[in-house]
Design a protein around this ligand. Structure first.
Ligand SMILES: Nc1ncnc2c1ncn2[C@@H]1O[C@H](COP(=O)(O)OP(=O)(O)OP(=O)(O)O)[C@@H](O)[C@H]1O
Ligand SMILES: [Mg+2]
Length: 523
């Protein structure tokens, strides 16, 4: 009898723990991940449809944006969670290309799973995918094109496509490029964070425009304050504009009428001196993070100075960035050199609505560090989607300015990568060749999904595309009507494509390397 026979087995985990091993593991993970990528597939590309998200708190959103959909889904499955973190990384690093990444990952997993079922070792699969990724990176270098003005506009337009901006693509792409260009004087690489969004809640999307400054909503406290100023010096103060209150309770005994008068006069003098220091600074617009005393406000109005108080910290920061003003803590610190400048400031009150807040627009800043896109339209869920689209466009255009290189969209780059990997796989002697072929097919998911969403037959188009891609002279992909054709209007910054490919591969490899799932919940 061998040692240990007849003894009870050693139990190291609770009874309900379920351990899955072998190919069943990948089956389990990959099915969950596929469900997730299939969910996003119909939203992909110019002909992608939207999802309506109805949240538990009753708010709704209608969106085509991969990142938004992923963020709203309360994903439970561990495999889907891995995809969520992949989507988040893509969104954080690039701001666009989330759906592409999800589709690539889903398809790599499915192709990988088919090979595992045929008996290929997971590590051979990983090796083949790694080799393919290197070939893809070389192809990306070969296919990168230098950016020019036309391509920069196309980058913005490609990222905006399908995000509720149809009919105004030209307008929005030029707004995106102009806004980034106008902050490029103060910043080496203009970033999307320095472009603010403002919903005007009036007109329609065609009324959208760029404000070379900031806009916000606040009640202007006195009607007599000037409502239109030009060539304005701007003071930005983070604290209050009022006389300081005693920090402790104190009692002042007044025994005669003269003393009372002197006390009131002294208080008035202090207010006058605060007003005077603002007037002397030369500012005609005073923006303040705290309260403004009414008497001081009167003095300022008499001197044709507009003062707006109770701004929040981001409004203070944005105003200072766009006008070039230095934020000072209190009025006593203000000096002429701390002032910023703007070409005009206007505030308007919509008497017809019951809005208690006025719209204040600060425009015409010279060399602004921040500009604002004033988005027209009703300010409803459609406007929210446009803002998400603008955000994608801004991030993409900013990356293109940084990279200085772009790659063709419409699935063209992915089908060229597929072609390059397929050609290389032919000289691969080992089993990794199977993985490379699988990688190559997975790349074709991108043009395939574009065709499918436009209602055409994916199989025929992919075969046509494969044949056309052999001719390496032009970039051939799927155009906005779902037809195989030369792509010259859809461009992406290089980083978006490289990053999405890298992330999709890493996540797939991460899942393929798992050999056991140990579930303490028993599922
Ligand atoms: N005018 C166009 N012609 C051809 N293809 C286009 C055009 N505009 C966009 N595309 C393609 O559509 C795809 C982008 O679709 P979409 O914006 O829905 O997904 P994503 O950018 O991957 O993810 P998301 O924007 O949700 O983060 C890209 O492959 C892009 O090249
Ligand atoms: Mg996009």
């Amino acid at each position: 009898m061998s040692d240990g026979a007849g003894q009870p087995p050693v139990v190291i985990v609770p009874e309900q723990t379920n351990i899955t091993s072998g190919t069943a593991v990948q089956e389990k993970l990959i099915t969950a991940a596929r469900v997730f990528s299939d969910l996003l597939k119909p939203t992909f590309g110019p002909k992608g449809l939207d999802k309506m998200l109805y949240k538990s708190n009753g708010t709704t959103a209608v969106t085509n944006d991969g990142a938004k959909i992923v963020a709203e889904l309360l994903v439970k499955h561990p495999a889907a969670k891995m995809m969520v973190s992949m989507a988040n990384s893509q969104e954080e690093n690039c701001g666009d290309g989330v759906t592409t990444t999800m589709l690539l990952c889903g398809s790599l997993l499915q192709e990988g799973n088919n090979l595992l079922k045929k008996g290929l070792h997971p590590l051979t699969l990983v090796e083949g995918f790694r080799k393919s990724l290197e070939i893809a990176k070389q192809q990306i270098i070969l296919d990168s094109r230098k950016i020019d003005d036309e391509k920069l506009l196309a980058v913005a337009e490609t990222a905006l496509t399908g995000k509720g901006t149809e009919g105004a693509l030209d307008l929005f792409s030029s707004i995106i490029v102009e806004s980034l260009t106008s902050i490029s004087e103060t910043q080496e690489i203009p970033r999307a964070e320095n472009i603010a969004m403002f919903k005007s809640n009036t007109g329609n999307i065609h009324d959208s425009k760029i404000i070379h400054g900031v806009a916000f909503r606040r009640r202007v406290l006195m009607d007599s304050l000037p409502n239109k100023l030009s060539d304005v010096k701007v003071a930005v103060i983070s604290g209050d504009i009022k006389i300081r209150k005693m920090s402790r309770t104190a009692e002042i005994q007044i025994t005669s009428a003269d003393q009372l008068e002197a006390f009131v006069d002294a208080e008035q003098d202090r207010k006058n001196s605060i007003s005077q220091s603002l007037i002397d600074s030369g500012a005609s617009l005073v923006l303040c993070g705290g309260e403004i005393d009414r008497d001081i406000l009167h003095n300022l109005a008499d001197n044709n100075i507009l003062a707006v108080g109770e701004l929040d910290s981001s409004e203070i920061h944005n105003s200072a960035s766009s006008t070039g003003a230095k934020v000072v803590d209190s009025i006593s610190d203000i000096e002429t050199k701390d002032l910023g400048f703007c070409g005009s400031v206007v505030w308007e009150r919509n008497e017809a609505s019951d809005m208690v807040e006025d719209i204040i627009r600060i425009d015409g800043c010279k060399k602004p560090g921040l500009v604002t896109i004033d988005v027209g339209g009703a300010g409803d869920i459609a406007t929210e989607e446009i803002i998400r689209g603008l955000h994608d466009g801004l991030r993409a255009a900013s990356l293109a300015m940084e990279d200085q290189e772009v790659l063709p969209g419409g699935g063209a780059i992915h089908s060229r990568i597929a072609h390059a990997v397929r050609i290389s796989s032919e000289s691969e002697p080992g089993r990794a060749r199977l993985a490379m072929e699988a990688f190559s097919r997975a790349m074709e998911t991108i043009p395939g999904a574009l065709v499918e969403n436009s209602g055409n037959d994916a199989l025929d188009s992919i075969l046509e595309l494969r044949a056309a891609t052999r001719n390496q002279e032009h970039f051939i992909g799927i155009d906005e009507n779902g037809k195989v054709s030369v792509i010259d209007k859809a461009w992406h910054p290089r980083t978006i494509i490289t990053e999405s490919l890298q992330l999709a591969c890493e996540t797939t490899i991460g899942m393929l390397r798992i050999d056991q799932v140990i579930s303490s919940r028993g599922d």
